[in-house]
Design a protein. Structure first.
Length: 253
């Protein structure tokens, strides 16, 4: 029996110790983030992983769908939402340990370069020549909810509803217009700025036609004792990452 015990000990030592592997692993920070944050967070991820010994695992999607995933138990430390309501609903379900309003955005009406030649303002979406208007599903995509609010405020929703096509998130809406699957679409200004010459920003939505587009960040309840996640949450609210967000068209809250 003693020989067997000694053999096990030696094997453990050669493998750098029994039970210590987890301590040596690079900490993972699981982030749920709105699709409209993809490009900015890609740059922030590279910067932060170079600065700190952590691995950021970022899952992008519509804020509503991400919120539902969190409530169903999907692993997540931080939630970056494109709507206050989704963060508030998580808070009501005791899923949020701490949160702060981080960024602001704007809603814009975009079109293909060809279609944009005959478009100047939102009421032009009533034109019979418009072949499809893309927008996020208002039930789960904040940009879609803001677009619906704007259409209803401008009293044109009933006339254009039949000509709309829903996307699962704002990036899919952008793709519909970029590829010419629809002539027009409603996206955040930050997404439109990533397309270059593929689309044209026709007009901004009047601010009084929809709720303010605020991006909150939340440290989730299950991550309250995760030091690496808490440090990343605090760091995201400092100048260095905020300047990166600004370079992609976001404004600080």
């Amino acid at each position: 029996m003693k020989k067997i015990g000694y053999s096990v000990i030696v094997t453990c030592l050669l493998l750098s110790g029994c039970g210590t592997t987890a301590e040596d692993e690079t900490p993972e920070i699981m982030v749920m983030a709105a699709a409209s944050l993809t490009d900015a967070l890609d740059e922030i991820k590279a910067l932060y992983e170079e600065k700190e010994d952590v691995e950021l695992v970022i899952n992008h999607g519509s804020s509503g769908q991400l919120r539902e995933q969190i409530t169903r138990g999907a692993p997540a430390d931080l939630f970056l939402s494109a709507s206050l309501s989704d963060m508030e609903r998580l808070g009501e379900e005791d899923e949020v340990y701490e949160s702060a309003n981080l960024l602001l955005n704007q809603l814009v009406f975009i079109a293909t370069p060809e279609a944009a030649e005959d478009l100047n303002e939102w009421n032009d979406l009533l034109s019979e020549g418009i072949q499809g208007i893309a927008m996020g599903n208002p039930e789960s995509v904040p940009a879609g909810k803001y677009a619906l609010q704007a259409f209803e405020s401008l009293d044109i929703w009933e006339e254009i509803e039949a000509n709309t096509r829903y996307g699962s998130d704002v990036r899919q809406v952008l793709t519909y217009v970029e590829t010419g699957n629809t002539d027009a679409g409603l996206v955040y200004e930050t997404d439109a700025l990533t397309s270059g010459d593929e689309i044209v920003i026709v007009d901004h939505a009047p601010e009084d036609t929809h709720d303010p587009i605020v991006y909150p960040i939340g440290l989730l309840e299950d991550a309250a004792e995760n030091a690496a996640a808490a440090e990343f949450y605090q760091w995201l609210q400092t100048d260095e990452p905020l300047e990166i967000f600004e370079s992609y068209g976001f404004n600080r809250n």
